[in-house]
Design a protein around this ligand. Sequence first.
Ligand SMILES: NC(=O)C1=CN([C@@H]2O[C@H](COP(=O)(O)OP(=O)(O)OC[C@H]3O[C@@H](n4cnc5c(N)ncnc54)[C@H](OP(=O)(O)O)[C@@H]3O)[C@@H](O)[C@H]2O)C=CC1
Ligand SMILES: CC(=O)C(=O)O
Ligand SMILES: [Mg+2]
Length: 647
Amino acid sequence: MISSSSCSFLSNSAVAGSRSICGGAQRKGPSSPFRVVCLAPSNDRSGSVVLDSPAAVKKEQIRNEPTSVPDTAEEEQVSAGGPRDVYGEDRATEDQFVTPWNVSVASGYTLLRDPHFNKGLAFTEKERDAHYLRGLLPPTVISQETQVKKMIQHVRQYQVPLQKYMAMMDLQERNERLFYKLLIEHVEELLPVVYTPTVGEACQKYGSIFMRPQGLYISLKEKGRILEVLRNWPEKNIQVIVVTDGERILGLGDLGCQGMGIPVGKLSLYTALGGVRPSACLPITIDVGTNNESLLNDELYIGLKQRRATGQEYAELMHEFMTAVKQNYGEKVLIQFEDFANHNAFDLLEKYRSTHLVFNDDIQGTASVVLAGLVAALKLVGGNLADHRFLFLGAGEAGTGIAELIALETSKQTNAPLEEVRKNIWLVDSKGLIVNSRKESLQHFKKPWAHDHEPVHRLVDAVNKIKPTVLIGTSGQGRTFTKEVIEAMASINEKPIILSLSNPTSQSECTAEEAYKWSQGRAIFASGSPFPPVEYEGKVFVPGQANNAYIFPGFGLGLIMSGTIRVHDDLLLAASEALAAQVSEENFEKGLIYPPFTNIRKISAHIAASVAAKAYELGLATRLPQPKDLVKFAESCMYTPAYRSYR
Ligand SMILES: NC(=O)C1=CN([C@@H]2O[C@H](COP(=O)(O)OP(=O)(O)OC[C@H]3O[C@@H](n4cnc5c(N)ncnc54)[C@H](OP(=O)(O)O)[C@@H]3O)[C@@H](O)[C@H]2O)C=CC1
Ligand SMILES: CC(=O)C(=O)O
Ligand SMILES: [Mg+2]
C-alpha cells in the first residue's frame, strides 16, 4: 500500500497554521494579536508581507499598544466616536498617495475569509476555541457531509444555469474544499454548470458577473515584465497552467479577455476529476486585444480595447511568456494551450513541443477522447479502425487533431503507412470537401487531408459520395447535421456513428433527439456538451459526452506524477486506450461509448497510470524509480477535499 506521503510532491504543501497571519498556531496568546502587513506580493499565499523595517516595527508597536501616548498632535486626533486615523488614510485627498496598509488580526476572522482554510460551520468546538472563532460563527457545528447536502440544495434552487454557475464560483471563493467535495460528489449534475455549456455563457458575460478576479491576466501592457507578473501570483509550486488568448472560446468565437472562464473551469476539473491540488493550478489569460466589435464597443469590457496583435508582436509576447514560465516554475510545469484560434494553436504547439511540456487540449486531448470513443464503438458496430470511413464537418484544431490520431493508431494496427491510412479520412471545411484541387490554398494542417476527388460543396453530398461509417462534427456551427444528413448516414449504415462535438449546446451539430429520431433509433451518438436521455418509440437512449474533460485531468496527472518532461503522441494513444478500457458491458448495453462521469476519478487514475507507464517506457519520465503499481500511486497522489483538522 502506497501511503500519501509517498507522493508528497503532489500533496498540499499548505498546512493550517503555517502561515504568518492566519490561525493561532504562531501566536503566543490572545494578548499579542496584531501584526502590521502591507498588501504586496510575497511568498505568502495571503498576499501579505510582514514588514521588518524600523518604520514598520514602529507601526506594529503602535498597533500593539493602542493606549500608548501619541507622538504627535495628528495621532492624538480622534474622529468622533471612531478610531484614530493613525496613518492618515481617511484624510488623504484623492491626489495623495497612501500605502495600502492592512492590520491583520491574528484571530479567526482571517481564517473564515481564507477559501483555502475556511470550513464555515464545520469548524469544531476545539478549533473555534483555538482559532478565536467564538462568536464569529453561529453556535451550531455541522459536518462537511451536511454542508454538501445543504449546498447542493442551494444550487438546485436556481433555475437559471448561470445563477447556478455563480453560486458555484461564489462557493469556490469562500470555501475551496467544500466546492471540490460538492463537485466531486455531484459531478454529473454539476459538470454542465462549471463547464460546458454554462461556462460559455459565463464567458460571454464574464465582465459583469465577477466581483473578484480569478487567475492571472497577462496583457500587452506587461510586455518585458511577464516574469514579474508571474511572481505576483501567490503560489510558487505550480504544476499545471491552462492558458488561453481568448480567440476561439468553445464555438463562441473571440471573447478576448473574458475567455478567462475557460482556464478557470478547466483547472477546476484538473482538481475535481484528476486530483491535482488546487494550489498547483494556475489559470492564465493572455490579452493581446480582441477583434470582437461588440466587446470593443462595450464600455464595461474588461480587456484591452484594441484589435488583436498579430505576427511578430504576438509571437514575441508568447515567447516571453513561455520563457518566463519555464524560468519561474521549471522544466516540468505542464502548459495546456486552450481555445487559441487555429492560426496560432498549431504553430505554438509545434514551436514549443520540443522545449517545454506543452499540450494542446483542443488538438490533442480531443483526439485522444474521440479515438477512445471510436475504439469502444467498434465493439457495437464491429470491424477495426481500418474497416471504417470517417467524414468530418470542420477541419480545424479538433477535426484535424482527431483525424491525425485515428490515422496514427490505424497505421500502428495495420503497419500501413500514414499517407495510406489517411485516405480513409475525409474532411469538409467552410468551403466544402478538402480535395487535391484546393491543396495550394489550404492551411498547412489541412494539406495531408486533401485527397483525389471532385469538389463537393454540401455536407449531404459529401456523405452520399464518401459513404462514411462515422460522421464527426467539429465545425463550431450548430444544427449543421440536418435531417437530410442524418437520414443519409442512416441509409448507408445499419448503426451510423455520429459525434456532434461542437460546444456549447447551441453550437452542437445536432441534438441527441435529432440524431436518434432521424436515424430511427439506430445512431450511436455522443456530443461535446451533454444532452439528457431521449425516449424514442418506447426506448430510452442515453447519449454519451465526447469531451476532452475525460482525458486532460488524468493525462496531466500522469505527466506530473511521473515527472514527464515532454508530450509524445504515444502518450495520447495510451490515454485513449485506458479510457476505452473503462467502458463496461453495462455501458455498452445502454449504447454508451464512454463510461459515466460518476467514476471519473477512478478513470483518471487509470489514464494517469497508463500515460505514466508509457512515459517511463519512452524514457520521458524523470521521477525515479518507477512506482510498482502506477494506478495505486496515481490514487495516492490525488488531492482529496475532506477538511483537515487544525491544531
Ligand atoms: N467536444 C470536445 O471535447 C471539443 C469540442 N470542440 C469544439 O469543436 C468546435 C471547433 O473547434 P476547433 O476545431 O478548435 O475550431 P477551428 O476554428 O480550428 O475549426 C473550425 C472548423 O470548422 C469549419 N467550419 C466553420 N463553419 C463551417 C461550416 N458552416 N461548414 C463547414 N465547416 C465549417 C472551419 O472551416 P474553415 O477552416 O474553412 O474556416 C474550420 O475548419 C468548437 O465548437 C469547439 O467547442 C473543440 C475541442 C474539444
Ligand atoms: C471542450 C473544449 O475544449 C472546447 O470546446 O474547446
Ligand atoms: Mg477547448
